[in-house]
Design a protein around this ligand. Structure first.
Ligand code: UDX
Length: 458
């Protein structure tokens, strides 16, 4: 069968996999190939056990795989046979040299650009999917055009706005699709080709175009604004706990202002995930690079409040439990950075677990999807941690439960049974405000929500 277009994606991660599966699902007329250097990851994509958990993903991969969706390790063949190449390799925060801990590490990304240049034998459209510092497209153009061959490339920016746990829904019904291009004739032509792909299922008015730098910057700014809302509400939780105000009531009152809106105002133990911190630090680094110290400090404050919120949670546990956690058993309910994903990258639970271990507490960690990742995050720490999938078994014999992830299953547990099996006095620290606090108090627990008065029997 011949396909109308050949699409390649380099990078089979949380973005590349679901995005390409959706394109293949919505556009049977295109052939979509996803390549990655990690052969084990590709083998997983080709198996019944996909490397990532995402509601709805299994079904669409099952429908499209080997029909018009292919997973492969042969980058050379992939590049040769493609018209459009999406690049979604990871761009983690640099851990070494200049900009360590802040700037994006572009080594994988640059390697990819060089491979494309080496293997391409005809004109290609290159689509930046990875979140990158502003002006990366320029660097990519320079690498691609620095060879003697006559092949032309057009670089577009098409940032991904999907959130984990709702990736398929976000891809099927996006708020918007953003495509940035050069404003030259060939740039606009390439842009229109990409618009045409998305127009197969996204209403035209939701596909917006801009210059390429605005597109790159919009992604960083969107994530910075989202994280800013969480840090804003989380900063107020500290004040609520001092004043007997209730963060749920405050958030409701604030969020009903239609200028503000109600989403992303759920107070928490802190935000996690692979994007927020990394993208804000990227933005901060960019501002510092241009000498904009005040702007950099302003955005860096979002990350500082997040760190403060996590530390504050540990200190609250410590003071509530009579200023010592040594030898006490604490059960962490959830380890994923949010519900409906097994991903634990930058999860507040990692920080909290390490801090509790420093206080010499014993940990039991439970999570329906993230235990494997939790073990990797805490790799090398063998003492004082157990991993138990069943929350009843995990909490039995513990002195305290700390809710790290808003998994719905935790709200529906039989807490009377749990209370009976725990050491007394029994504590619950609800880092996500998902439990019925009054009920837990009536059962006998000492309850410490976030940003609400504690309910204690002392
Ligand atoms: C985010 C952006 O939402 C997405 O558009 C971008 O493409 C990638 O980064 P993601 O990291 O998957 O997506 O998760 P998100 O749902 O944004 O949650 C991030 C963190 O904030 C989680 O730890 C979550 O639990 C926390 N959060 C979210 C809160 O603490 N309170 C809220 O009200 C919302």
């Amino acid at each position: 069968m011949t396909f109308k277009k050949n699409i390649l994606c380099i990078g089979a991660g949380y973005v590349g996999g679901p995005t390409m599966a959706t394109i293949a699902y919505k556009c049977p007329q295109y052939k979509v190939t996803v390549v990655d250097i990690d052969s084990e990851r590709i083998a997983q994509w080709n198996s019944d056990n996909l490397p990532i958990y995402e509601p709805g993903l299994d079904e669409i991969v099952k429908t499209t795989r080997d029909r018009n969706l292919f997973f492969d390790t042969d980058i050379k063949r992939g590049v040769k046979g493609s018209d459009i190449i999406f690049v979604s390799v990871n761009t983690p925060t640099k851990t070494f040299g200049a900009g360590a801990g802040m700037a994006a590490d572009l080594q994988y990304w640059e390697k990819t650009a060089r491979q494309i240049r080496e293997y391409a034998q005809s004109h290609k459209i290159i689509v930046e999917k990875s979140t990158l510092p502003v002006k990366t497209a320029l660097a990519m153009e320079r690498i691609l055009t620095s060879s003697d061959n006559e092949i032309s490339f057009e670089v577009l920016s098409n940032p991904e706005f999907l959130a984990e746990g709702t990736a398929i829904k976000d891809l099927e019904y996006p708020d918007r699709v953003l495509i940035g291009s050069r404003e030259t004739a060939s740039g606009l032509k390439a842009r229109d080709e990409l618009v045409e792909i998305y127009a197969n299922w996204v209403p035209r008015e939701r596909i917006i175009t801009s210059n390429i730098w605005s597109s790159e910057l919009s992604k960083l700014v969107a994530n910075a604004f989202l994280a800013q809302r969480i840090s804003s509400i989380n900063s107020i939780t500290a004040l609520c706990e001092k004043t007997d105000a209730d963060i749920i009531e405050v958030a409701r009152a604030v969020g009903m202002d239609s200028r503000l809106g109600s989403k992303f105002l759920d107070a928490s133990v802190g935000f996690g995930g692979s994007c927020f911190k990394k993208d804000i630090l990227n933005l901060v680094y960019l501002c510092r690079h241009y000498g904009l110290e005040e702007v950099a400090d302003y955005w860096e404050g979002i990350v500082r409040i997040n760190d403060y919120q996590k530390e504050r949670f540990v200190l609250k546990m410590l003071s509530a439990m009579f200023n010592t956690l040594a030898g006490k058993k604490i059960c962490l309910f959830g380890f994923a950075f949010k519900a409906n994903t097994g991903d634990t990258r930058e999860s507040p639970a990692i920080f909290i677990a390490k801090r509790l271990l420093e206080e010499k507490a014993e940990l039991v960690i439970t999570d329906p999807k993230a235990l494997k990742n939790a073990m990797m995050d805490l790799y090398g720490i063998h003492e004082n941690i157990r991993y138990v999938e069943d929350p009843y078994e995990a909490s039995a014999g513990c002195d305290a439960i700390a809710v790290m992830t808003e998994w719905e299953l935790y709200a529906n547990l039989d807490f009377e049974k749990i209370y009976r099996s725990m050491g007394k006095p029994a504590f619950i620290f609800d880092g996500r405000n998902i439990l019925d606090h009054t009920r837990l108090f009536e059962i006998g627990f000492n309850v410490f929500p976030i940003g609400k008065p504690a309910l204690t029997h002392f």
